[in-house]
Design a protein around this ligand. Sequence first.
Ligand code: SAH
Length: 221
Amino acid sequence: MRIDILTLFPGMFEGFLNQSILKRAQTKGLAEICIHDLRNYSTDKHGNVDGYAFGGGAGMVMMAEPIVLCIEELGKERPYDEIIFMTPDGEQFDQPMANSLSLKKNIIMVCGRYKGIDQRVRDHWITKEISIGEYVLSGGELPAAVVADAIIRLIPGVLSDESSALLDSYQGELLDAPVYTRPEDFRGYKVPEVLISGDHKKIDEWRYEQSLKKTEKRAKE
Ligand code: SAH
């Protein structure tokens, strides 16, 4: 899978992309993530990428041209399954959406800044709008990173134990069960007996019960 991210702040992705699971996915050739600096696509003589909003009001708006030029250039190289705009008024991101996006081959993600991007790009080039939650961040970079992470960990071969992602919360009806590791006794707090019993049937039952309890409790909150 290939993800192209269009941003005014490419540096924000450096650390994030080059660590842990996302790094492994790229080294193994399972995912390719390319960051594009929209400033390189400015045709304005001052190199501007934003302007005042028509009609007035506070805040700048990202211009259509740099975004569209970048999308067009990428589109000449390969077909894209989805051109996504990260925006707080988009469709709420969730696990089923991550699952379906993880099956795509090429995706573009556009990160907004300021008041957002010129509406004409949204109307005529963007094919999907995603919100990571009902709150407003200062840019689409963190949302794009959230979505990229959620998608890439689902690609077969990225996690060392593939079944792990399938048992996570939100993959089924139930939330994931609690987990413990060494030592068995941490400052007097013990690991539940059943987990060290070696009885796998009992362990599965216990995990199922715990998942059920957690899910019911969360539903009431
Ligand atoms: N004026 C806009 C918010 C702009 S915030 C509005 O009220 O809808 C600047 C940029 O940050 C947005 O264009 C978007 O790309 C990104 N952003 C902020 N919050 C987000 C969220 N919850 N989900 C996805 N993207 C978000």
